[in-house]
Design a protein around this ligand. Structure first.
Ligand code: URA
Length: 245
C-alpha cells in the first residue's frame, strides 16, 4: 500500500507525526537502508523496508492481540485515574486497537484487542451467538438443578430472560489463584455480553462469584502459556478461525 512514511509509522504506534518529523531529522529512520530525513516521503508498505533505530517496522492494516487480563486493571482505552488494559500493551502495536467487549476490573482471562471493527461487531452481537466461556469460582457448591435453569434462561432483572447458557463442571486442571483451589468451580458458556452477566446469573440462583476468568471467546481460547498481564499477537490460524467461525 502506498502511503506517507509518517502516517505508516504513526499508525503502527511508533510516535506521533510531529515526533516522527524530529526523528527523521535526527537520522533515526531508514527506508531500504537509506537515512530518510523527510518524514512525509511516500513509501510502499508492501515493498519498502522501514527501520527505526535499526528495528524493522512492518505495516499491518489490522492487528489482533490476545491479552491475559489480570485483575485490577480496567477494560478501557484510557482513564485518568485507573490503570487500563492498554497500559499493559507496550511495544509496536497499531495505535487504534481497542478491547472487544469488556471484562470487569476483578475479572481475569482472555481479552481480544483489535482494530478490525467488523470482527469485533460479530463477536459481540447477540445475533451471532459467539460463545464466551468462563471459569467461575463460587461461594457454595453448585446445584445440578441449576443446569436446566441456565439452559432455559434466567431472570437477571432485565427486560428479557438471558439466552440459553450451558453450565458444566470445571475441568480439574483449570488454574485459579491458590486461595480458591479448594472452592467450588464451574464452567459457564454464554452467548451474550450483558453488564456483569455471569455474576448476575449466579446471583439469580443464590450464589456469589468469588473469582471469574474468561477462557474462550468464539474459537479463540486463552493461551495457557500466557501469564496474567502478558499479551501476544494472534497466530494466522487463530485469526482465520475467528473470521470463519
Ligand atoms: N460477566 C461478568 O459478570 N463479569 C465479567 O467480567 C464478564 C462477564
Amino acid at each position: 500500500m502506498k502511503m506517507r512514511l509518517d502516517r505508516m509509522l504513526s499508525e503502527m504506534g511508533v510516535a506521533s507525526r510531529s515526533e516522527l518529523r524530529e526523528m527523521c531529522r535526527h537520522r533515526h529512520v531508514t527506508v531500504n537502508g537509506k537515512i530518510m530525513k523527510k518524514s512525509d516521503t511516500p513509501i510502499d508498505t508492501d515493498t519498502d523496508e522501514v527501520c527505526v533505530d535499526g528495528e524493522r517496522i512492518c505495516y499491518e492494516a489490522f492487528s489482533y492481540i490476545m491479552l491475559h487480563k489480570p485483575a485490577g486493571v480496567i477494560t478501557a482505552v484510557r482513564d485518568s485515574r485507573e490503570k487500563t488494559v492498554m497500559d499493559l500493551i507496550g511495544g509496536r502495536v497499531r495505535k487504534d486497537v481497542a478491547p472487544v467487549g469488556r471484562l470487569d476490573k476483578d475479572t481475569e482471562g482472555l481479552l481480544l484487542l483489535t482494530n478490525d471493527g467488523e470482527l469485533a461487531k460479530r463477536l459481540l452481537s447477540p445475533r451471532h451467538h459467539a460463545e464466551k466461556e468462563y471459569l467461575a469460582v463460587l461461594d457454595r457448591e453448585p446445584d445440578p438443578a441449576w443446569i436446566p435453569r441456565f439452559a432455559e434462561g434466567l431472570d437477571i432483572g432485565d427486560d428479557k430472560l438471558t439466552a440459553p447458557a450451558m453450565l458444566a463442571d470445571s475441568p480439574a486442571e483449570a488454574s485459579v489463584p491458590e486461595a480458591f483451589t479448594e472452592a467450588p468451580k464451574v464452567l459457564l458458556t454464554i452467548t451474550e455480553g450483558r453488564y456483569h452477566q455471569v455474576k448476575r446469573m449466579f446471583s439469580a440462583v443464590g450464589a456469589h462469584v468469588v473469582y471469574l476468568k474468561r477462557l474462550r471467546m468464539g474459537s479463540l481460547a486463552l493461551d495457557m502459556d500466557l501469564p496474567a498481564g502478558a499479551w501476544r499477537p494472534l497466530t494466522l490460524t487463530e485469526i482465520e478461525e475467528l473470521k470463519n467461525s
